[in-house]
Write a protein that binds this ligand. Structure first.
Ligand SMILES: [Mn+2]
Length: 427
């Protein structure tokens, strides 16, 4: 299934008048505040979010998995699905592959397929949190932290292989997330496990191509329930700092204990120029991997507010960030869910771009907490959806991507092409 320009143009034509009214009205409102709707629209057009190759099928929990039908059964089909998302939204211009789930058989063909959809290859992800069939040593008791050097060497070799495959595709970064840890007190020597992890990461880092980055992702618990070796941003920061200039911390929104102030973590890391990337999702309790913005949109806005501040005041030379959705879809159609997530991310970004930073600084200097809250919430409560629609319209996407997706009966078409019982590879 491909979505063509005529289908998008037909859809947009029917909604154009209403959109013009809404955009014009917002343009006027914003200009009274000294803001240019057109400038914000251009910034929105530039924000591209990577889609992870594992999010295109139904996820599941340890209790069960319910297929949605028409799931991509190969890397080619996964890239086609990201192509559909990008055609509809013009904001999903990258894919993030998971190795070994998505090893390309024909690199050139995969590159061409992605290029035809306008999709780049973002960070590649290694996997030492589960055993593969052909694997010699088990990761049951850890990978880069393992007490046995031969297991660590195998895990290091895997990461180098991921870098090699990523290089062939044009990726420029690797994300390392480790499940390493202990489920029981006493199981691991905590300091020893961290030291071995650092040594292993340093070995991987030494093999990193000159123009590559390494992202170190953290998570407080799960699958281990007593300790995780890279449990928090501080541990990740320590490891990245010891590895070198090309290593950064990666923040996954779901990888925090309840009520953690994630925007403050963003501010701290950007102050040190060590924030490398973001994995977006939302949660009520733990690493729920729900649709971005479905539970805590205000928190997402506050995070973006710090990101925008950090980008506009980039004194520590923080690099351009790698943005990716890292969610799992148990109930909704994954593609619909991803369209909603893309929308939520851009909404939060647009709202953050509206914040009157000068007024906020004055309020802060005067210790006026009431005024500071008003300034933030004025931006948050502005309906910025016309800006997102305008950005899509100008980029050749759909004014209402979700409605268009449903009108074109995309899922029904995918089921017809691929079958009702397909299961996405890797999950
Ligand atoms: Mn993640």
């Amino acid at each position: 299934m491909r979505i063509n320009a005529t289908q998008i143009a037909d859809h947009n034509k029917r909604r154009l008048e209403t959109h013009r009214d809404n955009y014009g009205h917002l343009q006027e409102q914003l200009s009274k505040k000294g803001l240019s709707a057109d400038a914000i629209t251009r910034q929105l057009q530039e924000l591209q979010i990577a889609i992870p190759s594992w999010a295109l099928g139904a996820g599941g929990t340890r209790f069960g998995r319910f297929s949605v039908g028409g799931e991509p059964g190969s890397l080619e089909q996964k890239i086609d699905d990201v192509g559909l998302l990008h055609a509809l939204t013009r904001s999903a211009g990258a894919v993030s592959l998971h190795i070994p789930w998505d090893i390309p058989e024909n690199v050139q063909a995969i590159r061409e397929r992605a290029a035809a959809h306008g999709i780049a290859f973002d960070a590649v992800n290694s996997n030492t949190f589960q055993d593969q069939a052909e694997q010699e040593h088990s990761y049951k008791y850890g990978s880069l932290c393992h007490v046995d050097g031969t297991v660590r060497e195998q895990a290091i070799r895997h990461n180098l292989e991921v870098i090699r495959i990523g290089s062939q595709l044009g990726s420029k970064s690797i994300t390392v997330w480790l499940a390493d840890g202990a489920s029981f007190p006493g199981q691991n020597n905590l300091r020893g496990a961290l030291q071995r992890t650092l040594d292993s990461l340093k070995t991987i880092y030494r093999h990193l191509p000159e123009d590559w980055k390494m992202y170190v992702e953290y998570k407080p618990y799960e699958p281990n329930f007593y300790s995780t070796v890279i449990q928090d941003w501080g541990t990740s920061y320590l490891l990245a700092t010891e590895c070198g200039d090309k290593a950064y911390t990666l923040v996954d929104l779901g990888h925090h204990l309840p009520n953690t102030n994630i925007e403050q973590i963003v501010a701290t890391l950007m102050m040190k120029g060590k924030l490398g990337g973001f994995h977006f999702n939302d949660s009520k309790y733990g690493d729920d991997d729900l649709t971005v913005g479905c539970i805590k949109p205000y928190q997402l806005f506050l995070i973006f507010n710090e990101l925008v501040y950090g980008m506009q005041n980039n004194t520590a030379n923080n690099p351009a960030l790698a943005w990716m959705i890292d969610a799992s879809h148990n109930v909704k159609d994954p593609l619909e869910d991803l369209i909603q997530s893309l929308e939520a991310i851009r909404l939060a970004y647009a709202q953050a771009l509206l914040v009157d930073n000068q007024a906020l600084e004055e309020a802060q200097a005067g210790n006026d907490a009431t005024r500071a809250q008003e300034i933030l919430q004025d931006a948050f409560r502005t309906d910025v959806r016309p800006l997102l629609r305008e950005a899509r319209l100008q980029s050749g996407g759909g004014l209402e991507p979700l409605a268009l997706y449903r009108n074109l009966e995309v899922r029904k078409n995918l089921i017809r092409e691929r079958g009702a019982k397909t299961v996405a590879t890797g999950l």
